[in-house]
Design a protein around this ligand. Structure first.
Ligand code: ZN
Length: 465
């Protein structure tokens, strides 16, 4: 397959086939003629018969040299926009005519990133799994485990690249919610005992620790920003930078165009989350902007010394550009006035604290992990705002006790005032005359049944003594 790649590159360099160019303004940009994954190849060219003839020749040569065969039954030509005489072009090359949007390697190709239809298969898969499980008897605890392990793991593939539309989150939440509360009790409508917002919060905050899909999705998308900032050079990075332009060393410019693909715009909008939770670990100073990045103190120097910043002439300089072996090499617009000298001294005193440059690259360090590397898990914690509804209670004690899971789960329901005691049933519309079954003298409320009833009280005393 490497041979095919070389032949395609050679054809592109010699202008025999033209891939597509990703660039912004008059920048050099990136030209992409083909992408390969395992034994799959995706070739880009113009809809011109000369280019397709050349491509056909490359394929014939490749088959002859390598002894491998192209499976034309599984090969497609996808016209992008209007392509006149597509039949003629297909006759030259071979394969069938495909239609966009399509699916490639399990991912949607040519679809709008915000369209709901790309999520159909994810929703269907969840629904199917659910039907299978429904026929089995599962405890509440088992259902929580299943929701977390399987139901959440499934959309991860799509969720790691596409922002999940609100409507899809709602649908998946409905599926998960019904599965949790309804279980295998078909036909009978069961009560949803605890608010969904609370269910999907952290166990320490009084929830069941079922994943919050929105936060999970965002934390997976953040990973792309982290990788863009920290990975070694690669084609996807070059492409993104070519398309959107660089802002400093770590990310692209903000995306403001109202048209075109909104995918990167959605991801780029999350950049402050990365930036505000990272610090620069200074190495050779090549990536760090002297004035605009936070590398000395808690804020950028332009905020700490706006008066000096105005006077300086190297506003976009990296650290290595203003520092040499003798020290700082800062150029100012004019000589200082008497009253500015003291402030300048203060500024240079601050710079004195700077570490010496090393030969290592500057690196971003993720503040929320000890090893400084971004993890989806810590990003999730940061983004999981469902915990804002938290109620103060020692929730942790419920789950860390050495008791059977179902007892912990029941305790959780009691602590949330959500077990179906008679007063709760009445609140939900049941017509009852509430009477405690133990003492037969008071109404059955959670506090009465589990704490204050004289029968319960005896039990508590027995255990405590
Ligand atoms: Zn009682």
């Amino acid at each position: 397959m490497g041979g095919l790649s070389d032949m395609l590159k050679f054809a592109q360099v010699n202008n025999k086939i033209r891939g597509f160019k990703v660039s912004q303004g008059d920048s050099l940009g990136v030209s992409i003629s083909h992408l390969q994954y395992a034994d799959d190849t995706l070739v880009f060219c113009d809809a011109e018969s000369e280019q397709l003839k050349h491509l056909r020749a490359i394929f014939i040569m490749f088959e002859a040299i390598s002894g491998l065969h192209i499976n034309w039954g599984k090969s497609f030509i996808y016209p992008v926009n209007e392509v006149p005489q597509i039949d003629l072009l297909t006759n030259i090359l071979g394969g069938k005519i495909g239609e966009l949007p399509s699916t490639y390697l399990g991912m949607p190709l040519g679809a709008k990133s915000k369209s709901l239809s790309i999520w159909n298969s994810v929703v269907e898969k969840c629904e199917r799994k659910l039907v299978n499980w429904k026929s089995q008897y599962l405890s509440s605890v088992g259902r929580v485990t299943l929701i977390n392990s399987v139901l959440d793991a499934m959309p991860t593939y799509m969720m790691s690249l596409f922002p999940m539309p609100g409507k899809i989150i709602q649908r998946l939440d409905t599926i998960r919610r019904n599965f949790l509360w309804q279980g295998n009790g078909e036909g009978v409508k069961k009560f949803h005992l605890v608010k969904w917002d609370a269910v999907i919060s952290n166990k320490k905050e009084g929830g069941l620790g079922i994943k919050n899909l929105k936060a999970h999705n965002k934390s997976l998308l953040l990973k792309w920003l982290w990788r863009l900032a920290t990975d070694d050079q690669s084609l996807w990075k070059d492409t993104i930078f070519a398309r959107y332009g660089k802002e400093g060393s770590w990310t692209t410019k903000e995306v403001n165009t109202p048209y075109g693909v909104g995918l990167w715009r959605t991801i780029r909008n999350q950049w402050p989350r990365i930036w505000n939770n990272s610090v620069i670990n200074m190495g050779n100073g090549r990536k760090t902007l002297f004035w605009n990045d936070t590398w000395m103190g808690q804020t950028p120097l332009r905020q700490q010394f706006p008066d000096i910043y105005i006077l300086n002439q190297q506003k976009m300089a990296t650290i290595v550009e203003v520092r040499n072996e003798q020290g700082w090499n800062l150029i100012f617009r004019r000589f200082l006035n008497d009253w500015e000298v003291e402030r300048m001294t203060q500024f240079y005193n601050t710079l004195e604290q700077a570490k010496n440059l090393t030969c290592e690259e500057d690196k971003l360090t993720w503040k929320l992990e000890k090893d400084g590397k971004f993890k989806v898990k810590s990003a999730y914690k940061l983004l999981d705002t469902s915990t804002e509804t938290k109620e103060l209670w020692p929730w942790k004690m419920i789950w860390k006790g050495k008791i059977p899971h179902k007892v912990a789960y029941f305790t959780w329901l009691v602590a949330r005032h959500s077990v179906l005691t008679q007063d709760n049933l009445m609140k939900r519309g049941k017509d009852l005359c509430s009477r405690c079954f133990f003492c037969e003298s008071e109404t059955e409320t959670i506090n009465h049944l589990f704490l204050h009833c004289k029968v319960t009280e005896k039990l508590w005393k027995y255990f405590i003594n």
